[in-house]
Ligand binder design. Sequence first.
Ligand SMILES: [Zn+2]
Length: 402
Amino acid sequence: MFYGCNVVNEGLRVKLYPDKVMRDKFNQSLGNARFVWNNLLTEYQETFELFKQHGYTKLKCNQTTFNTMLTMLKKQYPFLYKSESSSLQQVYRDLLQAFNGFFNNTSNYPKFKSKKNPKNGFRIQNNNNIKITNNTIVLPKLGKVHYRTSPQYKQLLKESKINNVTIKKEHNHYYAVFNIETEKRPMKKTGKTVGIDLGIRTLATLSNGLKITNLDTTHEDKMIKKYHRILSRKKYNSKRYNKTLKTLGKWIQRKNNRIKDAYHKLSHYLVKNYDIICMENLDIKELFQDTDLSSSLQSIAWRKLVDMIKYKCEWYDKKFIQINRWFASSKNCSQCGYYYKDLGDKKEWTCPNCQTHHDIDINAAKNIQNEGLNLLIDDPLVNLRNWGDSTAILLSWESTGP
Ligand SMILES: [Zn+2]
């Protein structure tokens, strides 16, 4: 390990090429995980109904209860023994987490899992029994499966500590997502800071005036729409239905991959070029959005991008600041602070006080940067010299690079 490195958990996804025997084993394990989830959920609901009749309004569950339920299920349904045992324990841990989210009001009530869902998975803990060679992965209880990935990823897989692996089936393709521990060297400090405003037409506007447009996925969207339409006219589970489903899945996958790739590049660029990255709190941003489907999809996309920037800042020793931007602040002049109440839906305006001409998105990004830096005044890690010129901020972070 290098001195000063950050040890981080990272997901590494590789494509699997299972033969017929292995596909059957995977499908059995996927089915078993779903079966256990649905059974435990039913069991819980029935128990809760009983408690309700006696006046209880809440029934919390814990690991021990679920573990006992699982043991009983296994005795009743011997096919569950075909699964690697940690993968079934993972099911009740996930269910428990889903329930905790529900009880804390952060997520909806857990849903039953359907075989029709094109995405399914099960997770195996690594107890030193996952073996990886150049072309194959050996999984406990399940055996050997071929995989393909880049030489860099192969090297990383061999060198890193593997915590667990999730086998995923997505639109009839199989993947393994390894949770590995890797080391990240901090990136070189640049002494620069940036505010970022997220938008719908322009994905990201930087406070230095740079605008990054949203990726054009018109072609993929058109094809997805087309195959959805064709699918709706086919008989469920017929040969033609499944063939169309496969093509549809391919287009969805292609769109997602392109977006993910673009986000990785953008987040990497930002973290490489700036030491302090200021963004707004999305919960507040979403409050002022329409609640139609396209804008909720936009929110999901924003969250993905923000998450990437956030964890990369942690990996590479940069600072990420999220601010609560109030609606009015897009009406404030980033130069002098003047409140321009007649903004309306203008795209550009000139400040009546200091005569600065503003593009609304760039002005918003500058305000986000200013507020982010305001929050940092008390931060002992940051030595603010020449306050007012944000690019001249001198960082006094200990240099930890080799
Ligand atoms: Zn002004």
